[in-house]
Design a protein around this ligand. Sequence first.
Ligand SMILES: [Fe+2]
Length: 264
Amino acid sequence: MMKADSLTSRHIRGFRHPIHEVEFRHRCRNELETEGVLVLREFFTDAVIQQAAEESAALEASAFYSNAVHNVYLTATDPELTGTHPFNRPVVSNKGLIADDLIATNSPLREIYADPQFRAFLGFVLGLESLYPYPDELSTIVISVASEGMELGWHFDTSASSVTMLLQSPDGGGVFEYVPEVRDADAGDMGFARVKQVLDGREPVRTLDFSPGDLVVFRGRNALHRVTTVNGSTTRSVVILAFNERPDASMSQEALRTFFGRTT
Ligand SMILES: [Fe+2]
């Protein structure tokens, strides 16, 4: 049997999840493909979660808070359509984002992001040959914080997949809800009828339960998803790690301003 140290970084419990094994990698990739989501329980150590949660709490006041009304497609609305059309239905999101450049250079989150074994595993699971950070200094490792009353409205992601780790659960609310395969972005199918059903509360939704330390990979481009309103005095805090397929993937200046309130 191999020693745990030879398989894992200090922050990743590779011995709980054999992320170096070909068979395990295939199982994870299949699960993500068929379920649209992969949750690996207790993937990160308690020590890294505690340290990152403390860092997040200390930076909470420096987060950029935005209160946005948007459509589920995260695009401009279409004046040719009515206000009640699924394309134009207003959805509210309010949250804070802690930008990458606020996170300490010695943060364990940076070691996790750079960990070769973790990257090799993710590359396989996501079906990407190479993984690149964003070229800007804000967007690669981001902590999303939501205090009491904040929520993330129904939306589709613009990227195919997200890699996240919860740092802190709120006392109540802050539940991740989703409905898989509502649209087919590549085929140009907007899924208007089902979007309407979900927004009207007439479609059953799934709840994704995950705890601090779990690794969550979610395919959000075609799955409608939201985070319900946070209740209580404990902030919901989640790390989002961006891995791009191409080195020149970049956020527009407009997107940076929307997310972080600044461009550098
Ligand atoms: Fe999302």
